[in-house]
Design a protein around this ligand. Sequence first.
Ligand code: ADP
Length: 459
Amino acid sequence: MSLNTFDTLLVANRGEIACRVMRTARAMGLRTVAVYSDADANARHVREADEAIRLGPAAARESYLKVEAVVEAAQRSGAGAIHPGYGFLSENGAFVEALDQAGIVFVGPPASAIAAMGDKSAAKARMANAGVPLVPGYHGDDQDDALLKAEADKIGYPVLLKASAGGGGKGMRVVESAANFQAALDGCRRESQAAFGDQRMLIEKYLTQPRHVEVQVFCDSLGNGVYLFERDCSVQRRHQKVLEEAPAPGMTAALRREMGEAAMRAAKEIGYVGAGTVEFLLDIDGSFFFMEMNTRLQVEHPVTEMITGQDLVEWQLRVAMGEALPLTQEELTITGHSFEARLYAEDPEQDFLPATGTLTRFAMDLEGAGLDPERVRLDSGVETGDAVSMHYDPMLAKLIVHGNDRAQALATLNRALAALDVQGVVTNRAFLQRLATHPAFRDAELDTRFIEKHEETLF
Ligand code: ADP
């Protein structure tokens, strides 16, 4: 067995995830290389790296999304491997192929696995094959208007139209009745064409009160695979996650095993290697349905780290080096409960408009708030004095907490949110506090329309 040893890791990302990946890389004794755009020349991830290489102008497509520039940076810095973080090039098959050609290790799955999950319709066909439950619906190649309408009628309204090539909550539309179908289809196709250059649609039964429950999976290149239990990410705004937790409240051991095993079947079906997440909708009656697989490390991976005591980035790097997974399924256990809150530079009073400016203060006084540093983690890409620009995702940091049980973890989350001191840039902190203190959230009355349902008490 040959190991892909490397001693230098380039992190092809920015913000909190670049800092988080480099933290583990350093702890493993690796040399770290950051890349940056002109807007990030003095960013925290650049300051923390052993070496930093400029990619290009501020626009992501001219810097963080530029395959040749990233490959060249790796060659110039002598990096043997690249961690893509999430977003940017993390699920770009052409990027992975370019690295393969250049003899650089990609810390992630093979290009073929990314391709298998890249298209929602094709992925669903594969999953049906592997015996993974799907939401009743249509994901065929025939895109004739009349046929799609007939399929929607057959599924029964409400249905959800989804762009096959979609992602990030874009290109989706709920259709309440047959009379609205054609107009919704036209609108959805236009949106999908504009966003993804592709008009293909799939149709799903629209579940009215589902929870979003996702399973963390991990596979090595030797054929071993495990699932690291689930996360509940039902609290969403415009299909984007806001608060996440692990484990999912109310799970039975049997359902956990069933969902975990279905997720493993999904991963095995496509020859998966590395960290991946299989997203399911969980209906009120306990039935669950495959939605999609994200072939990368997720934003919310820390809640899984908190309840399992594992470092998922270390797992990723070891798997990339050709090592076997450090633990078997039987050795993995859940301890306590964890929450993650996403802190965004955005203004809840102005329809969550992204905010910019200079952070005159960005700090959290754990001691002053009587918080245990073992139980509170702030993964951030910024520090006091940093500028927040409009060029990238407005997420500033993630606040992650752990407690012996859900109630204790929630109390800690609330104290930590109160201890967070951010000045100079408007954030969603107060909105997060209203969410985390909401009685329905405390009682774990979760479904993907949580924010919508409680609008009056949240805004
Ligand atoms: P994207 O790739 O754009 O994120 P997903 O397919 O992952 O799209 O769906 C995003 C969110 O949309 C889910 O987390 C869930 O809240 C909602 N959703 C997706 N499919 C359905 C469905 N069939 N019924 C109800 N809600 C759905």
